[in-house]
Design a protein around this ligand. Structure first.
Ligand code: UDP
Ligand code: MG
Length: 306
């Protein structure tokens, strides 16, 4: 049996087409499947449409969040409830072509536990998004100790045993692609062309993208904390040089002093900010709140509590 997990936030314009394409693909497997839509607090007609689809298609299951908890948490909820021997995560906007799932299944059957989609080309995304994404994945790879594949998103297939371990990782700031890599097991990629969004608007704005990027780095690396050590050492050296220059009669002395003072203050504040990022996350983990709250579950056999 396969589980397909689809996080959805205000996707009324695409969700029916997405479902049609998914069903078309899943039927070709000639095996059982479930499609779990995780409605991440949509305020449009998404929920209505999903419920209508579910009435005529019992392979559909719906998890309704009580509010918007975010893409990564929506994925996690889907994985929590998935019953399949292999679980596929796919976006609702058809940027990840459902047809690629068949290739992923093929690789899974040949023995790989995680098959991730590697974007060889990204269509319909701004130069800015492509450039920042490319840069980010490379920085992340340098900073973290887990071997994260470059240019891979959340579009992937995971074996049941990988999911079992992921379910045990309840960290709040979730960076799923990092978590999947951390868990390990055998990985392979299928290459695909990331399409243009079928309809609707992207839900990640710049602010959310920065927050997401931040989560990726801080969840898997504490190297940024170490920067202060190196920077501190570098500025000790710089101030020593400035002191020597001043002693040798270099003028204007005030300019030398001012530059160094301003610069070092800036660095101190930046480092405090980086520490703040980590402390804030420690605080959130300490509170130990549930990852998400379900308002409703549709199509699941047992009504076990969340
Ligand atoms: N999404 C979600 N919750 C959010 C933001 C997005 O469930 O808070 C869903 C969205 O409906 C889509 C997927 O996550 O299915 C990816 O979002 P989007 O296409 O906006 O992101 P991008 O393609 O820009 O990475
Ligand atoms: Mg998208």
């Amino acid at each position: 049996m396969y589980s397909v997990v689809v996080p959805v936030l205000n996707e009324q314009q695409v969700i029916e087409e997405t479902h049609r394409r998914l069903v078309n693909v899943m039927k070709q497997t000639n095996e059982n499947y479930e499609i779990i839509y995780v409605n991440d607090g949509s305020t449009d007609k998404t929920s209505k449409i999903l419920r209508r689809l579910q009435k005529t298609d019992k392979n559909i299951k719906i998890l309704e969040f009580s509010r918007n908890f975010g893409h990564q948490i929506a994925i996690s909820a889907g994985v929590d409830h998935a019953k399949g021997d292999a679980v596929v995560i796919i976006d609702a906007d058809l940027q990840d072509p459902p047809e690629v799932i068949l290739k992923m299944i093929e690789k899974w059957k040949s023995g790989f536990d995680v098959v991730y989609g590697k974007r060889v080309k990204r269509k319909g995304e701004s130069v800015f998004k492509k450039a920042t994404a490319a840069l980010y994945y490379r920085i992340l790879r340098k900073l973290t100790d887990v071997d994260m594949p470059v240019d891979a998103g959340d579009f992937r297939l995971m074996d049941k045993k990988v999911c079992r371990h992921i379910k045990n990782m309840r960290e709040k700031h979730r960076y799923m692609r990092g978590i999947v890599n951390w868990v390990g097991f055998s990985h392979t990629a299928v290459e695909y062309i990331r399409e243009k969004r079928f309809a609707g608007v992207p839900k990640y704005n710049l602010r959310r993208m920065i927050r997401f990027a931040n989560d990726g780095i801080t969840s898997f690396s504490h190297k940024p904390l170490r920067f202060s050590l190196y920077l501190g050492a570098a500025f000790e050296l710089a101030s020593a040089i400035a002191a020597v220059a001043a002693a040798l009669g270099y003028r204007p002395l005030w300019l030398v002093v001012l530059c160094i003072a301003a610069f070092t203050n800036g660095i101190v504040l930046i480092m405090l900010g980086i520490m703040g990022e980590y402390i804030g996350r420690i605080y959130e983990e300490c509170k130990n709140r549930p990852l998400y709250i379900l308002a409703d579950k549709v199509g699941f056999e047992t009504d076990e509590e969340n």
